[in-house]
Ligand binder design. Structure first.
Ligand code: BGP
Length: 480
């Protein structure tokens, strides 16, 4: 294959908790994303997830002074029609967004779903389709209903798995025939870092020495949840495809010292662990050994192993942003503990772009599983400047995207079945990690600052016209 397949899904990806706003509209409940305050003194090079202790969480809920950007997003809840029109003009073939769990089950454990929430996604999904795009829907993107955290302790509880599967079944029934591509959980391997957003585990839920065990227990529960979602999809809508999604965190050895190379292999394997379980249907030996040697005793319920084996995922969604390197002496097995690569350029957030790494990552995953691959996120967060005449010259973003798409094409030429490229994010919105508005990814600029001030006017950047050409030529013309 010399280029992208004819039905290649070009598009972009967003998440409900960063874009929608309207956090209390139409019966929506609070979610984990609503308690992340913007911190003007934050160090961009050391952005950490803010979960906190149970007390801190409760305080944030009642705080009337701090600014919580994800509660407001860019008001997509009300502007989706105009925004989708712009994406249609770009030529989008697909649009990935997520459903806000707490719009459907405000507290997570209600008997019946919130009809008003379901109706919003009826309208949104219909509008996506009306604009000629394939909807790609993430069921759960860092916004578990907050009550499931405070009452049950998030995915560490098996009850929450039941609530999650019930929620997913409601979505599958309701949007059957309209949504083909589902992603069960955003970046399932990223959980040790985003343990609050992704697993709903708070800082003092257990003692520090038991935290790793609790996290992996919750991961196990999430695996079972995803497998049960696949089972439900097979029964409810056999045409639906259930994907698992990882954030690429495959690192390079810092040197060719065999000890660095083997350490890197072992650490990378704990990343493949997630997809090994979800595609091969069983826990690999290296992971079982890691758990045993680190005092991690996972509680499996009877039937779990059969469920994992019987219901594996249909495709792999990857988000790809940067790479890091590993030194056996300086780094530990703690996930994502790595060093910056001196051969790569830094951004203010220390996300070092590595287009060749994109080829490397796709090739590794394709060679390992031969499962269809969707690039579910890839993009360049930057501080954009609006010129006096309203133009925005984001050549750096065009260059980033061009170099990555070229490498994806290289992997395609090798035979990798990449069927979609959904860049993050077509329109500026609140950053997931830093809660800033000024970390911008879009082809479309949104006039809004870190405190939510501004006209919210949408403006096309130079990259808008470039990506439009890329889509029009099915990736043949990438010239800047
Ligand atoms: C991914 C998340 C997204 C997203 C992106 C960029 O890990 O799935 O939600 O926002 O990273 O991250 P950030 O917004 O922190 O720059």
């Amino acid at each position: 294959m010399n280029g992208f397949r004819k039905d290649f899904l070009w598009g972009g990806a967003v998440a409900a908790c960063q874009i929608e706003g309207a956090y209390d509209a139409d019966g929506r409940g609070l979610s984990t994303s609503d308690i992340h305050a913007y911190d003007v003194n934050m160090n961009r090079k050391k952005v950490k997830e803010r979960g906190g202790t149970l007390e801190k969480i409760k305080k944030a809920v009642n705080d009337r002074e701090g600014y919580y950007p994800k509660r407001f997003g860019i008001d997509f809840y009300h502007t989706y029609k105009e925004d989708l029109k712009l994406l249609k003009e770009l030529g989008f073939k697909a649009f990935r967004t997520s459903i806000s769990w707490s719009r459907i089950f405000p507290e997570g454990d209600e008997e019946m779903p919130n009809e008003k929430g379901l109706e919003f996604y009826d309208r949104l999904i219909d509008e996506i389709i009306k604009n000629g795009m394939e909807p790609v829907i993430t069921m759960y993107h860092y916004d578990i209903p907050l009550a499931l955290v405070t009452k049950y302790g998030g995915f560490a509880s098996r009850k929450v798995v039941d609530f999650y599967v019930k929620y997913a079944k409601v979505l599958l029934e309701r949007y059957k025939g309209r949504v083909k591509y589902w992603i069960a959980c955003n970046q399932i391997n990223y959980v040790p870092v985003v343990k609050f957003g992704s697993l709903g585990i708070y800082d003092d839920q257990t003692s520090p020495d038991k935290m790793e065990e609790l996290v992996y227990q919750a991961v196990h529960n999430q695996f079972v949840g995803c497998a049960l979602v696949k089972k439900a999809a097979m029964e409810i809508d056999p045409d639906a495809k259930i994907g698992t999604m990882i954030s690429d965190e495959i690192y390079y050895p810092a040197s060719c010292k065999p000890v660095d190379v083997v350490f890197t292999l072992k650490k990378n394997r704990m990343q493949y662990f997630f997809t090994d379980v979800q595609f091969r249907g069983e826990y690999p030996g290296y992971a079982l050994r890691y758990f045993e040697e680190n005092g991690i005793d996972l509680k499996m319920q009877s039937g779990d192993e059969e469920i994992l084996r019987a219901y594996t995922m249909d495709y792999l969604a990857i988000s790809y942003y940067y790479t890091k390197i590993l030194d056996a002496e300086k780094n530990t097995m703690v996930p994502f503990d790595g060093l910056q690569n001196p051969y790569l350029e830094s951004t203010p957030w220390e996300w070092r772009a590595d287009p060749l790494g994109c080829y490397y990552c796709i090739s590794e995953y394709w060679d390992r599983y031969q499962k269809p691959i969707m690039i579910a996120e890839n993009g360049f967060g930057a501080l954009d400047k609006v010129e006096e005449d309203g133009s925005i010259h984001d050549g750096y973003r065009i260059s980033f995207l061009r170099r990555h798409i070229e490498q994806i094409k290289e992997a395609v030429k090798d035979g990798a079945d990449v069927f979609a490229y959904l860049s993050w994010a077509p329109i500026d919105m609140v950053s997931s990690s830093s809660n800033e508005m000024s970390k911008r990814y879009g082809y479309i600029y949104v006039d809004q600052d870190d405190f939510g001030n501004g006209t919210k006017k949408r403006m096309k950047k130079d990259s808008f016209y470039w990506y439009q050409k890329v889509i029009r030529t099915n990736g043949d013309d990438l010239s800047e």
